[in-house]
Design a protein around this ligand. Structure first.
Ligand code: PLP
Length: 236
């Protein structure tokens, strides 16, 4: 099989697994968006996914989004899923459909400033460090509701929901409890009926655990390795 065929077959497999997981949970598979995480991967691989119908891509570095954005078809929705430094916000405004990684008030304020300058509304998610890992960015669960209320005051941000990177584990069942906590947190925030927020998005689940995330309510899953294969950071 050619590299393109492998990517297309992987994509179909992931789509089918998402559909099956949704059906197991009594959910409509159309509620779930697959984000193809293309970080470190070259343009021809992205194009192969595009040719197989994929229109939503995720990247974790501003520089990579800025390089790939102009080189790929314009109907792609790019999602910024990695830690974003305030001094790089300017470069992604207008290029990204959603920023998943809002992890500080300072970053939110900077997005507000740049979005206002460009007269755009920026869809964002709050990154949650659901397992309280030292190595991870994001708010601890207990701080999320108050932060959501702060975000709601920023007119050029539209809070769409929550995102998490669950712990790395060999056994994805271990992450089920975290996905459940994320869903509950999202429901709790929704109940507060805060103006100017629309908590319809739950971005969780990666190659190792996306099926469980879908069973527990994910509306966006971010899959890289399962589509494009292992990443080799040494050559990039
Ligand atoms: C790299 C990355 C992913 C995809 O990881 P895989 O395990 O390759 O599917 C998802 N989310 C974030 C935030 C990432 O940085």
């Amino acid at each position: 099989m050619s590299e393109n065929e492998v990517i297309q077959q992987n994509l179909n497999t992931v789509r089918e697994k998402i559909k099956a997981a949704a059906e197991r949970a009594g959910r409509n598979p159309e509620e779930i968006t697959l984000i193809a995480v293309s970080k470190t991967k070259p343009l021809p691989m992205l194009q192969a996914a595009y040719d197989a119908g994929q229109r939503v891509f995720g990247e974790n570095k501003v520089q990579e989004i800025c390089e790939k954005y102009p080189a790929m078809p314009q109907d792609i929705a790019w999602h910024m899923i990695g830690h974003l430094q305030t001094n790089k916000v300017r470069s992604v405004i207008g290029k990204t459909a959603m920023i998943h990684s809002v992890d500080s008030i300072k970053l939110a304020a900077e997005i507000q400033k740049e979005a206002q300058k460009h007269s755009v509304i920026c869809d964002v998610l709050i990154e949650v460090n659901i397992a309280g890992e030292d190595s991870k960015y994001g708010f601890s669960a207990k701080d999320v509701p108050a932060f959501a209320e702060e975000l709601a005051k920023l007119p050029n941000l539209r809070l769409r929901g929550l995102m998490t990177v669950a712990p790395f584990t060999e056994n994805p069942e271990e992450n089920r409890k975290y996905f459940r906590q994320m869903k509950q947190l999202s429901v709790d925030i929704n109940k507060k009926n805060i103006d100017n927020i629309c908590m319809d998005t739950l971005s969780m689940g990666m190659t190792g655990d996306y099926e469980i995330a879908v069973e527990e309510g994910a509306t966006m899953v971010r899959v890289g390795t399962g589509i494009f294969g292992e990443r080799n950071y040494n050559i990039n």
